[in-house]
Design a protein around this ligand. Structure first.
Ligand SMILES: [Zn+2]
Length: 460
């Protein structure tokens, strides 16, 4: 009895040692592949060159613009040259908006002073000489809503609450202040305002204005953002002259029922081609920016996954599909259309990753998934740590891939150090020269590594 027990224990021990050794072996094998991915990424200029093209040749890629189509066609021909298995533009129809010019001018007794301003989408247009009206400054929508309609009617409402630097997380800092841009103009309109202007949502103290979307249910008024220095200047002048007038001009229009596209490129899976692992970002940018970090970087990093898998001849089990989503910025129509287009009789969505946090130093991945899936993803962390990954945790997956949640698949967002993100976000400062090549390709490595490990070990 004792002897047979001893032998059983000995056998069990042998099995355990074997399992532990093979786990170490596969960890080593995986870390070698990740190292190869990194070396490939850091020795290739494709992503960097593609980003330079997007920024310098196709700035202002708002849906409906010529730039947005030129950018799609450029990337399409890149993937065709790369000779991936499938490349096509996925067409759909939607409404968009465009603006040709806009201005905000203080009509002071000493003369006109032009402020640094950018239009918010979808601002209403002005006619003739524009709108000239008195300005009233408020700090918040709540403050506005406490005021009488008679105090607001016929005026320009000026939302001037700065971001709070007391947030350690810059996304929280942004979220706390962005309501005045996203909802302020509509709230002002409902009180009878003729236009709204908003202090740019940034912690930088320059005068470069930051654009973005603002919500209008049906009716609209002109809506613009001011550079921080311009907002401070206007606020100062209003202290001495409450009867100060502003002149606002906007030349903009709604584009109805236009045809636009997502770009899709993929390499087929070797074992389970119907199971689709998606990587992507958004190809569009605000009209006032080259969109280097937001989100040209995410586009070229996730696009580079296909090149790396091809060049390293990684035998991906599942299909790896890159999607350049149109229109994250305005109505998120690209992500919605993509999710609606999936025929589950033909393919099975398996996993989706979105990169839209800029090409800054990688920090982690956040997941919308089951507990069991998250536990698996957490086991990848030691392999990704050398390339910057500090956390793998539950959290937001991403705007464009969010509609894929209906398929009950894990979604993940690539995360970076975002301390400089809102200095540049939606502004003319988000240019190619702000891209650090090493940081860009560290991010590409983390994304490609996560896709490699998920394809290899994912089992759901
Ligand atoms: Zn973005």
């Amino acid at each position: 009895m004792f002897i047979s027990y001893f032998y059983r224990m000995k056998n069990l021990l042998t099995v355990l040692i074997f399992l532990a050794a093979s786990a170490v072996f596969s960890q080593n094998a995986d870390s070698l592949i990740l190292r190869k991915i990194f070396e490939n990424a850091i020795n290739s200029k494709d992503a960097y060159n593609n980003l330079e093209y997007l920024c310098n040749e196709t700035p202002g890629r708002l849906m409906g613009s010529e730039s947005s189509i030129k950018a799609l066609n450029y990337l399409k021909s890149y993937f065709e040259k790369l000779d991936v298995d499938t490349v096509y533009l996925q067409a759909y129809k939607t409404d968009s908006w465009r603006c040709n010019s806009s201005s905000v001018i203080i009509k002071s007794p000493e003369g006109d002073i032009e402020l640094s301003a950018v239009v918010l989408g979808p601002s209403a247009k002005t006619y003739g000489d524009g709108i000239t009206a008195n300005v009233i400054e408020v700090q918040s929508i709540e403050e506005l809503n406490k005021m009488e309609r008679s105090e607001i009617k016929g005026k320009v409402v000026f939302f001037n609450r700065p971001v709070k630097n007391t947030f350690t997380d810059t996304f929280q800092m942004y979220s706390e202040a962005v309501d005045q841009r996203a909802r302020g103009p509509e709230a002002a309109m409902e009180k009878g305002a003729v236009a709204a202007i908003v202090r740019s949502v940034t912690s930088l103290s320059d005068d470069v204005p930051h654009s973005g979307s603002t919500h209008f249910d049906k009716d609209r008024i002109p809506a613009l953002a001011l550079g921080v220095k311009s907002a401070d200047k206007l606020s100062e002048m209003l202290k001495n002259d409450i009867f100060l007038n502003l002149n606002i001009k906007v030349d903009a229009e709604i584009l109805t029922n236009i045809t636009t596209y997502n770009l899709i490129a993929e390499i087929k899976g070797h074992e389970k081609p119907k199971e689709v692992i998606l990587v992507g970002g958004h190809i569009d940018s605000w009209l006032n920016t080259a969109g280097a970090h937001d989100d040209g970087a995410g586009i070229v990093q996730t696009g580079d996954v296909l090149r790396i898998f091809k060049e390293l001849q990684i035998q991906n089990k599942r299909t790896i599909r890159f999607v350049a989503f149109m229109d994250e910025e305005y109505t998120q129509s690209g992500g919605k259309h993509y999710a609606e287009s999936i025929d589950t009789l033909v393919e099975r969505p398996y996993f989706a990753l979105e990169a839209d946090a800029g090409a800054f130093t990688p920090t982690g991945f956040t997941f919308t998934s089951t507990e069991a899936q998250l536990e698996l993803f957490k086991t990848f962390k030691p392999l990704l740590e050398p390339y910057g990954i500090k956390f793998i945790q539950a959290g937001w997956g991403g705007v464009d891939i969010y509609p894929l949640k209906k398929f009950n698949i894990p979604l993940t967002a690539f995360r970076t150090d975002t301390h400089r993100y809102f200095d540049l976000h939606h502004s003319a400062n988000d240019t190619f020269d702000k891209i650090n090549f090493r940081e860009l390709q560290m991010g590409t490595t983390c994304i490609s590594g996560l896709i490699f490990l998920t394809d290899k070990y994912g089992d759901w």
